[in-house]
Write a protein that binds this ligand. Structure first.
Ligand code: 13P
Length: 292
């Protein structure tokens, strides 16, 4: 199945009351583990590349891997750009086969964010590509983007309402108290704010900072309208730890493919666990029949 646009997929997930898991691949095998995990769970999945990963591999390599992995796949998969800051990079994603892009102009004043996002919605919509955009500032470190606690700002629901009325978005990323990276202490998730933003915008919400959230928090967020949940830090740790652990347990094994298999299996297990926790399991073929 070719890749699908994020917009109808999230509308479907929200209507059915689950969230689609969104993972940030770091190489071909981690991307493959995401697709295989989704296939084994019969679930939709979002593969989201950061700007840093695109700068490392190039647009064509990443899009080529995705095409090869999804062409005969029975589940719907999205190739998404996470936190796009640069219009030229976003445009190149749209031209190279991404089926969704995030424009993150959340560090700009509201009107400038709105206009920058409008420009992206124009080129993306014309190419059947979904758009995620953000207002407010999500705390933490996401690749090269660092937002200090004192600079982070919860989303203003009145601004969110205008933003989502003006723009036809696939997903709205709001700052609601979650953070990128591991949490130090209890996250202070603003559930009332999530509920209010969802009521006012009626746009599927993307939950950033999914690593380390308790199950109860995740389930409440999904009930309140979060239809996309991002996981990156968790997989980075498993990527490195599973490799190191295999070597610790098998210090004389220098067959790289066995090490890579152990790493692949550990990543796949994480992806299956998250997909299932977010409620996406067993929704893959049904979602595909509605969005294809
Ligand atoms: P984590 O750092 O919590 O995994 O969040 C990732 C994310 O939101 C990417 O945009």
């Amino acid at each position: 199945m070719p890749m699908v646009n994020l917009k109808p997929l999230l509308a479907e997930a929200k209507a059915q009351g689950y969230a689609v898991a969104a993972f940030n691949p770091v190489d071909y095998a981690s991307m493959k583990a995401m697709i295989v995990a989704a296939e084994e769970c019969n679930a939709p999945v979002i593969i989201q590349t950061s700007a840093k990963t695109i700068n490392y591999y190039g647009h064509d390599v990443l899009a080529g891997w995705m095409r090869q992995l999804t062409q005969n796949s029975p589940i719907p998969a999205v190739l998404h750009l996470d936190h796009g800051k640069d219009f030229e990079m976003i445009k190149r994603c749209v031209e190279s086969g991404w089926t969704s892009v995030m424009i993150d102009a959340s560090d700009q004043p509201f009107d400038e964010n709105l206009e920058a996002t409008r420009k992206v919605v124009e080129i993306a919509t014309a190419a059947n590509v979904g758009v995620e955009a953000e207002i407010g500032q999500i705390h933490g470190v996401e690749e090269d983007i660092v937002v200090a606690e004192e600079d982070s700002q919860l989303t203003d629901p009145a601004e969110a309402e205008i933003f989502c009325r003006e723009l036809d978005l696939a997903a709205f990323a709001a700052a609601i108290g979650t953070a990128h990276g591991y949490y130090h202490g209890e996250p202070n998730v603003a559930f009332d704010l999530i509920g209010e933003i969802n009521k006012r915008t009626n746009t599927p919400m993307a939950l950033h900072g999914g690593t380390g959230l308790e199950d109860e928090v995740i389930q409440r967020c999904i009930k309140l309208g979060c239809a996309k949940i991002n996981i990156s830090t968790n997989l980075k740790h498993i990527f490195v730890d599973s490799f190191a652990e295999y070597h610790r347990n098998n210090p004389n094994d220098y067959e790289p493919l066995r090490v890579l298999t152990a790493q692949f299996d550990a990543l796949k297990a994480l992806f299956k666990e998250k997909i299932t926790q977010f409620g996406g399991a067993n929704h893959g073929s049904e979602a595909l029949s509605k969005v294809a």
